[in-house]
Design a binder for this molecule. Structure first.
Ligand SMILES: *Cc1c(COP(=O)(O)O)cnc(C)c1O
Length: 222
């Protein structure tokens, strides 16, 4: 019988095989044990994604011996920012100015500049988080973000509708890519478009994603 680790390694290899070189693969290890992360890391996987603050912090501390980087990918509550800032290399789902200000403040207190992405609501489901395009435009115009010295906004993140309708998913990713390109002059570090998961990453990459977040296709179902 094949070990769990070798199954993970085979799945990771299969995902990588089809991934263009310019796209960063985040292995989403949420709910999975350290052994699963070690199996992927032993194949040179560096970027890992978690959506719970406590779990991310614990894994970051217990896996310090690995050469890995941590992404906080899910909805983040303001009162949890303090716990995640020391460990996260990129925070993907900043969905309010209040949250951005808190990340700035907590980063300043530990002399860190945190890389973040703004989450835009592109799906038709209302239960997904994120700014609307008009809120995002207003926020950029207002320019208050330029005064924040301890956050660096690297780009945008979005989640498409969970649907079999590929054209709808494609349209949603296209709208996000358009907003990403339209804002490309805001500063030189605007370089990351995080879109695509196990079920839709091929479409996302087709539509200009630079970073995909893949969990179940590597680590199995949760
Ligand atoms: C869980 C999660 C993923 C990965 O989902 P899979 O379908 O397992 O690939 C990607 N992005 C976010 C924000 C998630 O919470």
């Amino acid at each position: 019988m094949k070990s769990e680790s070798s199954i993970i390694q085979e799945r990771l290899a299969a995902v990588r095989e089809n991934m263009p070189e310019h796209v960063t693969l985040i292995a989403v290890s949420k709910t999975k044990p350290n052994a699963a992360i070690e199996a992927a890391a032993s194949m040179g996987q560096v970027e890992f994604g978690e959506n719970r603050v406590q779990e991310l912090a614990e894994k970051a501390l217990t896996l310090q011996h690995l050469n890995v980087r941590w992404h906080h990918i899910g909805h983040l509550q303001t009162n949890k920012v303090k716990q995640v800032v020391p460990h996260a290399d990129l925070i993907h789902a900043v969905d309010s100015e209040k949250l951005l200000l808190e990340i700035n403040k907590r980063s300043a207190s530990i002399d860190k500049v945190s890389d973040v992405l703004l989450q835009i609501h592109i799906a038709s489901e209302t239960n997904k988080f994120g700014w609307s395009f008009s809120e995002f435009d207003a926020f950029l115009q207002h320019q208050s973000w330029q005064k924040l010295e301890n956050v660096r906004i690297r780009g945008l993140m979005g989640m498409a509708t969970f649907t079999e309708n590929h054209q709808q998913v494609r349209n949603e990713f296209q709208s996000l890519k358009k907003a990403f390109d339209a804002s490309s002059s805001i500063h030189q570090d605007w370089d990351t478009l995080s879109m695509g998961m196990s079920g839709d990453w091929e479409i996302a990459v087709d539509e200009g994603s630079t970073m995909v977040r893949i969990g179940s296709s590597i680590f199995g179902s949760r």
